[in-house]
Design a protein. Sequence first.
Length: 389
Amino acid sequence: MARGIDADVAVVGAGPAGAAAALFAAARGHRVIIFDKQAFPRDKPCGEGLMPGGRPALRELGLEENVVSGGAPPLRGIQFGRVEEPHVAVPFPAHDGEHAGLGIRRLTFDAQLADALGQHSGIQFSPQTEARDIRRDSDGMTTVLTAAGEVRARFVAVADGLRSALRHRLGWTVGPRPPHRYGIVAHWLMAGPVDPWVRITFDRGLEVYEGPVAGDQRMVALLCYQDRMREFGGRLEARYREIAQAIRPGLRQADMVGPVSAVGPFWYGTRTVADRGIFLVGDAAGFTDPITAEGVATGLRQARAFADALASPNPEPAYRHPHRRLTKDPHRVAALFLRLSRTPALVDRAIHNHARSPQTLTKLLGIGFGYWGFNRITPREWIRMFSGR
Ligand SMILES: Cc1cc2nc3c(=O)[nH]c(=O)nc-3n(C[C@H](O)[C@H](O)[C@H](O)COP(=O)(O)OP(=O)(O)OC[C@H]3O[C@@H](n4cnc5c(N)ncnc54)[C@H](O)[C@@H]3O)c2cc1C
């Protein structure tokens, strides 16, 4: 006798990518079961900038208004520079009426997504339920083995984050690839007018990345390579505080709120993002580096592409193609910014060039947001950016 199925779609992980995959699939009429091993609200170390390219997906899910009215401040663009030197401002490009990102406190944002899952009649949401393995059945269905029992589904979206244990069980993981990079994140109380810029300050082998979130808080992340990570051994909070306050003197008068968290290494790839009913979404589908702050926006857009692909007679290639389109150029832009972070002379050159050609970096951000391709930047602008001439 043929065995029945428990859901059309099972989703593992209720972070932004998994929650959005469940919501988009349910909006297209699928019966969905989603698990997360943690209880909500839960925090996640993140730079907490939702780039403008992610807002349409949030709006389509009917969640944007909720996020904005919950206090997420608008982000206008990026300021960058070296320690104790003036920073230059690169506004986000305007595109389809979109020109601002949002500072999303993950504790709140992910809880809002979890609430939306709980309220949808087509979604069964099980927090505190760990998925332990995944198995393909002989009839073409897939079974997820969870702490609470087995669940059979036609399609499974694996959205269990950067280190994806299920991707590993499938044998699809590539990496982590050196040189390893890490992030150390905490929040600071900063009373006064909200500064709507994401600020990146480059130091030797380390960047300080900061941006506003709701409740007069500023997220301050240190991003660094393995050699500088050693400085934090056994004294994560104290060393984080020393570096953050040395590089951003404004923090000397501010109080730190909540814990200091470390995460990494970052670079993970995957052999495939879709095969025989199993789809990887969000960080589980590969993650380069947070330097361009694209992870959440990209995860939301991948989630929509996943749900759209389910209507195709061949859903796997119907997901692989848009996935590649959504990630290829953002990964290349991240690689360019990483070169900048490793080479102080390039930072100086980019700042110098920005004064003469202020639109080039805005165009580059637009490539990372998926608005347009690399051909938007003229050969002359490329030469200027890298040679300074
Ligand atoms: C330092 C740092 C700074 C960053 N800055 C930014 C930024 O400014 N802007 C931006 O957009 N992105 C940023 N990112 C990236 C962003 O955090 C990620 O891209 C984003 O969280 C990915 O969402 P996700 O849903 O794929 O995974 P996650 O948010 O990691 O969610 C995965 C979920 O899966 C659950 N899970 C894991 N294993 C299991 C299991 N076996 N069973 C059930 N559930 C499971 C986890 O509990 C978790 O809830 C940053 C990342 C880092 C590390």
